[in-house]
Write a protein that binds this ligand. Sequence first.
Ligand SMILES: Nc1ncnc2c1ncn2[C@@H]1O[C@H](COP(=O)(O)OP(=O)(O)OP(=O)(O)O)[C@@H](O)[C@H]1O
Length: 772
Amino acid sequence: MTTLLGRFKQRLRRFAQKPGSADLAPYRKLLVDVNELADRFSGLDDEELTAAAAELREKSDFGRVELVEVCALAREAADRALGLRPFDVQILGALGLLEGHVVEMATGEGKTLSGAIAAAGFALRGDQVHVVSVNDYLAQRDAEWMKPLYDLLGVSVGWIGQTSKPEERRAGYAAEVTYAPVSEIGFDVLRDRLATDEADRIVPEPRVALVDEADSVLVDEARVPLVLAGSTAGPSADPALAALVKRLRRDLHFEIDDEERNVYLTGAGSELVERELGGIDLYSDEHVSTTLSKVNVALHAQVLLHRDVDYIVRDGKVHLINDTRGRIANLQRWPDGLQAAVEAKESVQTTDSGEVLDSVTVQALLSRYPTVCGMTGTAVAVAEQLRDFYSLEVLVIPPNVECVREDEDARLYTTLELKEAAIVEEIKEVHESGRPILVGTLDVAESERLSRKLSEAGLECVVLNAKNDAEEAAIIADAGSFGRVTVSTQMAGRGTDIRLGGHDQTDRERIAELGGLYVIGTGRHPFSRLDDQLRGRAGRQGDPGGSVFFSSLQDELVTQYVPDHDEPAEVEDDGRILDLGTLHTVDHAQRVAEGVQLEIHRNTWRYSKLVEHQRTLLLEFRDRVLTSDLAWKELAERKPERAEELDELDEEIRVRAARLIALHHLDQRWTDHLVFLTDLREGIHLRALARQNPLDEFHREAIPQYHRIAPDAWEEAEETFVKAKIDEDGAHLAEAGVKRPNTTWTYLVNDNPFSSGLEETFKSLVKLVRRK
Ligand SMILES: Nc1ncnc2c1ncn2[C@@H]1O[C@H](COP(=O)(O)OP(=O)(O)OP(=O)(O)O)[C@@H](O)[C@H]1O
């Protein structure tokens, strides 16, 4: 029985705990048991160890005893198989994961091993695990690195990347533990959803998702839709229109809103365009939804999307840059019209586009897993979101060795120019001692600019820009070498250790005496979490290290979120601001940015919840059609004469033909429904102005429309059933004018100006509220 004092202590602890965070105390108790048991396991030989793991599989109940046992076994197995004896904190991390938490462990604390111990535990409990990795390179690296541990525990492991072939994917998913980036899993799920044969599906029923870099996947990328498209001829953007908008001048012909998210033609701009297009009326019924929207898209591409910031042009193609990672976002594209407009702007060939067959957001994809857990260096800052969106709690694991990194006070300058001059000066000064410096920039263009300025100042640096992950990993691994200056966009090369003295640690002592790695942030990120991630690259595992951030009042973060800040009261000759009030501006801007993002996320999720619910219901129905003779029965009942005609065919052929027809029309109706929902959502925010609750309105229209899908699909299927030739070779759909997409491809939508109406309205509201 808990004593009164015990209960009081418990309450006190709860009170002191941050909302959304779990208590570490029970895990510490488990750890004591793990350590005791681990000593016993050290006496077993390898075979006995594997056999002990196999015995765990037999247990019907996986409680506290088994949890302790699995960690003790894994501790011994990791020591033998990998030469790494898990630290206590790594065991605590694994226990937290096994209990379904997001564990926060600082950079370099050995999350890969904690994750593998937990994944093996889930597998021995009988649950297949998807370890969601940040990219292909890390999926492969971690799966291969941890394989000997899995082998010794008798657990199978596989990995999947962008270039994996269908049979490799199948093998990857067949393993008990599969390492893969979230996009690859999502794309495979989408492809499976269109399968017309059960045997073509490859992704198993989801059980456990163990997410690496959990905050970035579960929160930052949550709203990113993964899209499966089917081939049709792409909409081509008019190069003449691209040339025309290039001639338009800001503030005369068009205006850009405060947040640089929307661009509008002015009266003079409209007149010029109308004249140049042969005297048309852009706002007439004939042109308003065609020509005018094309002009707007071309203008958006021309003035709001910047080469080398938002995208780069390489090998005659437009490649998007993922703004949170500052790297080429493979397979990402903008919505079709905008993609084509950017291609026209850059005079490169238009890529194929097509019909969106289905899409799923990262959040919806991960919500399918009954168990989600994750690990990251920065979870506490998003604890509220993890709790609200995924019902997850954060468990903070202390570092193995105390962090001794020295984080200097942030330095704020009046202008961008003066800030950059100060950064170059700082690098020059520190570099003289040979202390390695890692400069984290906000985007590729900034990296380029800085590296130019450094070379003008006679300093050599290595720049990491949107290259491939493996190359970047190798470069970043040496960022701790003597005299090295590395300039990198925020997330490039992440997941890779920066060891003092380079990857082989030759100069370790010398570098440690110089103060270890020095991280310089050239600007504050929109989320403090990202600043912490950059900082965390120095001072790993108790190493010495340091960090400092530079910002200016002209930084986008400030101009966008606190445009009406006070003028600084105390400025030095070099432009450095000293008064505390103004220094606080950047923190304030960051908090506003975080608040805006959170509300946008909440709002988007409210809408997507309904779509996801409808998708789940429809998929259940589709599954029944796919795995039974339901389609044949339904169509035969609707068209008995046709069914009779087909009587002489093999039952299997008849059933399969009816199934194919029904699936086709169901899929088509769903595709159309998605278009309907997108249109509805785009227009719905306007209703807020008409004082109707947009979300209620959205539901009111989306629900009846959904209920039309199945009846409409059956009606169309009935027609095809009668019309299409059906013989020993099955249903000849193409001849009946029913076309399934011949090729499909997948992409991530990076920025969707067409569905941002709601977000924009929302942002303006936030601004209004803030200004009061
Ligand atoms: N128990 C251990 N004993 C000794 N070294 C270890 C142990 N566990 C991990 N390491 C080492 O620590 C380093 C960091 O490990 P890992 O990359 O898993 O860290 P991380 O927490 O994932 O870091 P990041 O946040 O950068 O992804 C690796 O070089 C690894 O070999």
